[in-house]
Design a protein around this ligand. Structure first.
Ligand code: HEM
Length: 501
C-alpha cells in the first residue's frame, strides 16, 4: 500500500515538474545554440541564473562597473528563466529603444505591482490595443504646445509654495510637496478639482506613503514574484518574500490614490463644478453622452479612472523629488546658487517674480541648465521602467532574445566620462555651447526614457521644475540649518534605491 502511494506521489511530481524541466532545457538549448553570442555577462548560478548575483540595492552602479570591466555597453543577465538586457549607453538605448522601437516598446509583466493593485496604468501596460488607446489619450494632452495652458496654474502654485515657506521655513519640504506644488498641479490637471479637506488630507498621507511604496518596491519586474506569478496567490507564511509582504501591506495606498480623487471628480462632474480644461472632464462628458444615447462607450469608467490616476501617480512624486534634488544641489553648490540668483536679478530685476514668459530669455539660460543638470546629476529613475522585446534581435553582433526585459541604465549614461568631464560635479555650465566659450557637453538623453514609451509628462514636468526652482532662487536663500550649539548641520545625503530614487 505504502509503495503504491509513493509510486503515485512520484508520478504526480513527474507530471508537474516534467514539462517545466523539458521546457527549460529546450529554452536553454535554443538560447545557447544560437550562432550568435549573447552580450557579456558574469558567471551565473544553476536555476537562479544571475538572480542572486545582482545586488538588490542600487543595481545600476553594479551594471555600470561591469559595463566598464567588460568594455561593453550592453550586458546580459538571466533572472531565473527571463533574459535581461541592460543598456549602459545612450547610443545603445537610442538604437534599440528608439530606432527599433517597434520591437522594444512592450513592458514585462509586473506581477508585484499587480499585487499592489495598480489599475489601468499606462506605465505598466504591455504593447497592444489597450496601451495604444491609453497612450494616445495621454500623449495628446501633454504635447509641448498643449501644456502651455497649465502655465498660469504652475506659476500660481510655485508662488503659493514660496509664500507658505516664508511663513514656516523649517517646514519647507512639505510646502514644496504640500499644500500646493507638485501634487496639486497634477491632481488638478488630472481630476479637475480641489479636494475637500478630509479627502485632501487622506490623499496627502497616501502620497507621502506612496513615495515609500515606490522606492522600496525594488526594480520593477525583478522580484521572484515577477518571475513566478503563481507565488503571488500563496500566503506570506509559504512564500516568505519581503517584496510580496511589502506589496500586500501597502497596496491600499495605490488604490486610494486611484480611487479617492476620481470619486471626487465624478461627484463634481455630476454637480457641474468640474473644471472643463481638466483631463477627466471631456472623457466623463463623452461617457455620459454615450450612456444617455444608449451607445456603449469605447472608454469604460475603469479606463478613465486609470488614465487620470496615471497622470497623478506618475506625475506628483517624480516632479516633487526632482525639485528636492535641485534644492539639494543648490545647497551643496552655493556658487551655482549665487550665479543663478545673479542671472535672475539681471534678467528680470529684484522686484519681479519669474514667469514662463522669461523662460526663453537668453539671460536665463543658466536656470535651464540647472534643470537639465539636476536630472543628469541624480537621475530620478536610474534604471528607468524596463521595456520588453517582442522578437529576437541582433545588436553589434550580439544576440538579444525575444522576451528580454530591457533596462536602460541612465545612471551609467550620466557617469560616462567620455561625454561628461568630472560627472560627479554638479556643473550647469557644462552645457554652454563651444561657440559661446563653453565645452558644449550634450544634454543627457534618458532621464525621461526612450522611444514609444518616453515619458508622457516630460514637458509638463520640466516646466514645473523650472518655475519652482526659478521662483525659489529669486526669493529665498538656501543654507544649512544650525543646531542648538550654533553650529551648522551638514546634511548626511542618502538616496533610496528602487524605481525612483
Ligand atoms: C521630473 C519628472 C519626471 C520624470 C523624471 C519622469 C520619468 C519617466 C520615465 C523614466 C518613464 C519611463 C519611460 C520609458 O519607459 O522609456 C516615464 C514614463 C511615464 N511618465 Fe514620467 N516622469 C516625470 C514626470 C511625469 C509627469 C508630470 C507625468 C504626468 C503628466 C508623467 C507621466 C508618465 C507616464 C504616463 C509614463 C508612462 C509612459 C508609457 O509607459 O508609455 N511623468 N516617466
Amino acid at each position: 500500500m505504502l509503495s503504491l502511494l509513493f509510486g503515485s506521489f512520484l508520478i504526480s511530481i513527474a507530471a508537474i515538474f516534467g514539462p517545466c524541466l523539458f521546457a527549460t532545457v529546450r529554452w536553454y538549448r535554443k538560447l545557447h545554440n544560437s550562432q550568435l553570442c549573447l552580450p557579456p555577462s558574469p558567471p551565473g548560478q544553476l536555476f537562479f541564473g544571475h538572480t542572486r548575483v545582482i545586488p538588490s540595492q542600487n543595481p545600476e552602479i553594479y551594471y555600470q562597473k561591469l559595463s566598464k570591466e567588460y568594455k561593453s555597453d550592453v550586458l546580459y543577465f538571466q533572472q531565473y528563466r527571463t533574459p535581461v538586457i541592460v543598456l549602459n549607453s545612450g547610443r545603445a538605448a537610442d538604437e534599440l529603444l528608439s530606432k527599433r522601437g517597434a520591437n522594444y516598446s512592450s513592458r514585462p509583466r509586473f506581477v508585484l505591482f499587480e499585487v499592489m493593485r495598480w489599475g489601468l496604468t499606462l506605465t505598466f501596460m504591455p504593447w497592444g490595443p489597450l496601451f495604444k488607446a491609453h497612450r494616445a489619450l495621454l500623449q495628446k494632452n501633454f504635447t509641448k504646445s498643449n501644456v502651455l495652458q497649465y502655465q498660469e496654474r504652475q506659476e500660481q502654485e510655485a508662488r503659493r509654495a514660496i509664500l507658505s515657506i516664508t511663513k514656516n521655513p523649517s517646514g519647507w519640504e512639505s510646502h514644496i510637496r504640500r499644500p500646493v506644488f507638485a501634487s496639486n498641479i497634477v491632481l488638478q490637471i488630472a481630476f479637475g478639482m480641489e479636494l475637500t479637506r478630509d479627502e485632501d488630507s487622506s490623499v496627502q498621507v497616501a502620497t507621502g506613503l506612496a513615495n515609500r511604496v515606490l522606492a522600496e518596491g525594488g526594480s520593477p519586474g525583478s522580484t521572484v514574484i515577477d518571475n513566478f506569478p503563481f507565488l503571488s496567490k500563496l500566503p506570506n507564511w509559504i512564500v516568505r518574500s519581503e517584496a510580496l509582504r511589502h506589496a500586500r501591506k501597502w497596496g491600499w495606498i495605490i488604490r486610494h490614490l486611484h480611487d479617492t480623487p476620481f470619486s471626487a471628480s465624478k461627484r463634481h462632474f455630476e454637480n457641474g463644478t468640474l473644471q472643463h480644461n481638466s483631463f477627466a472632464y471631456p472623457l466623463l462628458k463623452r461617457h455620459a453622452e454615450n450612456q444617455s444615447r444608449g451607445i456603449s462607450s469605447d472608454l469604460t469608467m475603469a479606463d478613465i479612472n486609470g488614465a487620470a490616476a496615471t497622470i497623478f501617480i506618475a506625475g506628483f512624486d517624480t516632479t516633487n523629488t526632482t525639485i528636492l534634488v535641485g534644492i539639494l544641489a543648490l545647497l551643496l553648490y552655493p556658487t551655482v546658487f549665487g550665479k543663478a540668483r545673479e542671472a535672475l536679478d539681471r534678467a528680470i530685476g529684484k522686484d519681479c517674480l519669474p514667469a514662463f514668459s522669461d523662460r526663453e530669455n537668453p539671460g536665463l539660460r543658466y536656470i535651464n541648465y540647472i534643470v537639465e543638470e539636476t536630472s543628469r546629476w541624480r537621475p530620478l529613475s536610474p534604471l528607468g521602467v524596463p521595456h520588453k522585446s517582442l522578437e529576437d534581435d541582433v545588436y553589434n553582433g550580439m544576440f538579444i532574445p525575444k522576451g528580454s526585459t530591457v533596462y536602460f541604465n541612465v545612471w551609467a549614461m550620466s557617469r560616462d566620462e567620455s561625454t561628461y568631464e568630472d560627472p560627479e560635479l554638479f556643473n550647469p555650465d557644462r552645457y554652454v555651447p563651444i561657440e559661446e566659450g563653453g565645452v558644449g557637453e550634450p544634454i543627457l538623453q534618458g532621464p525621461f526614457g526612450f522611444g514609444r514609451r518616453i515619458c508622457v509628462g516630460k514637458h509638463l514636468a520640466q516646466a514645473s521644475v523650472w518655475i519652482a526652482l526659478a521662483t525659489l532662487i529669486a526669493t529665498m536663500d538656501i543654507s544649512n540649518s544650525f543646531g542648538p550649539d550654533g553650529n551648522e548641520i551638514k546634511p548626511d545625503v542618502k538616496f533610496s534605491s528602487g524605481l525612483s530614487r
